[in-house]
Design a protein around this ligand. Structure first.
Ligand code: GLN
Length: 226
C-alpha cells in the first residue's frame, strides 16, 4: 500500500539552463538546442518521454543529486570538483573557454587579462578560470548574455565563456570579437546522480548508439556549421 500513490515514471527529467545557445535556448516558449535533442534521443532509446526543466546553472547538479532531475544536460564541463557530487556520462562534445572583447581592445591574449574586469556566468568553468587570473575584477552574471551585454556597453573589459555560445553572442552584437588565444580543451557530458550506475550505463549505451548511427553528428551539424 505504501507504493499506492507512487506512479511509475515514464519521464526522463533533464535539468538545464536555457541560456546557452546553441546547446539550450528558448525559441519562443520552447527550449531547443543540441542538448535537448541529444537528451530527447536518449529518452527515446530508453522508452521514456523527455521533460526539460529550466533552472540556474549552479542548481542543475543539486537537482540531479536530490533526484528532482534524472540528468543534467547543459553544455556542462566535466571537472574534478563536480565529479565529487555527480557522475558524468561519456563525453559528447569538446569545447574551450574563449575571450570576447570589444574590437580594438588592448586585450590581445590571456596575458593581457591581468588587472582587467572580466565578465563570466556564475558557477561556470569560465568563472573558475577567470578567478585564477592575477588581479582581475570578477563580474559574475546569471546569464552569459548579460555578461556580453555589459561588455557591449563598455561596463567590463572582456567576457570569458564557452566557444560556441561565444560565437552566437558575438554574431548578435556588432563590435565584439573573439580572441584567437584559447584556454585548455574541456569535455561536455551528462551529469547523473552519484552511484546511479543503472541510469549511467543506459545513458552511455544510448550515447554510443547515437554516435555509431551518426545521429549525434547530425544533431550537432543542425546547430553548428563546420
Ligand atoms: N561549460 C561551462 C561549464 O560547464 C558552461 C556551461 C553553461 O554555462 N551552461 O561550466
Amino acid at each position: 500500500l505504501a507504493a499506492c500513490g507512487k506512479k511509475e515514471s515514464k519521464e526522463l527529467v533533464m535539468a538545464t539552463n536555457a541560456e546557452f545557445p546553441p546547446y539550450e535556448y528558448y525559441d519562443g516558449d520552447e527550449i531547443v538546442g543540441i542538448d535537448v535533442e541529444i537528451a530527447g534521443a536518449i529518452a527515446k532509446e530508453l522508452g521514456l518521454e523527455l521533460k526539460v526543466e529550466d533552472m540556474a546553472f549552479d542548481s542543475i547538479n543539486v537537482a540531479v543529486d536530490s533526484g528532482k532531475a534524472d540528468i543534467g544536460a547543459a553544455g556542462m564541463t566535466v571537472t574534478e570538483k563536480r565529479l565529487k557530487n555527480v557522475d558524468f556520462s561519456d563525453s559528447y562534445a569538446t569545447a574551450t573557454q574563449v575571450i570576447i572583447v570589444q574590437e580594438g581592445s588592448d586585450i590581445k591574449g590571456v596575458d593581457d587579462l591581468v588587472g582587467k574586469s572580466v565578465g563570466v556566468q556564475l558557477g561556470t568553468t569560465g568563472d573558475i578560470l577567470a578567478a585564477d587570473i592575477e588581479d582581475v575584477t570578477m563580474e559574475r552574471f546569471n546569464k552569459g548574455t548579460e555578461a556580453v551585454m555589459a561588455l557591449a556597453q563598455g561596463k567590463i573589459d572582456c567576457v570569458i565563456i564557452d566557444n560556441q555560445p561565444a560565437k552566437v553572442f558575438v554574431e548578435k552584437n556588432e563590435g565584439l570579437v573573439i580572441l584567437d588565444e584559447k584556454f585548455a580543451d574541456e569535455e561536455y557530458a551528462i551529469s547523473i546522480k552519484k552511484g546511479n550506475t543503472e541510469l549511467l550505463d543506459k545513458v552511455n549505451k544510448a550515447l554510443k548508439t547515437l554516435k555509431e548511427s551518426g545521429e549525434l553528428d547530425k544533431i550537432i551539424a543542425k546547430y553548428i556549421s563546420a
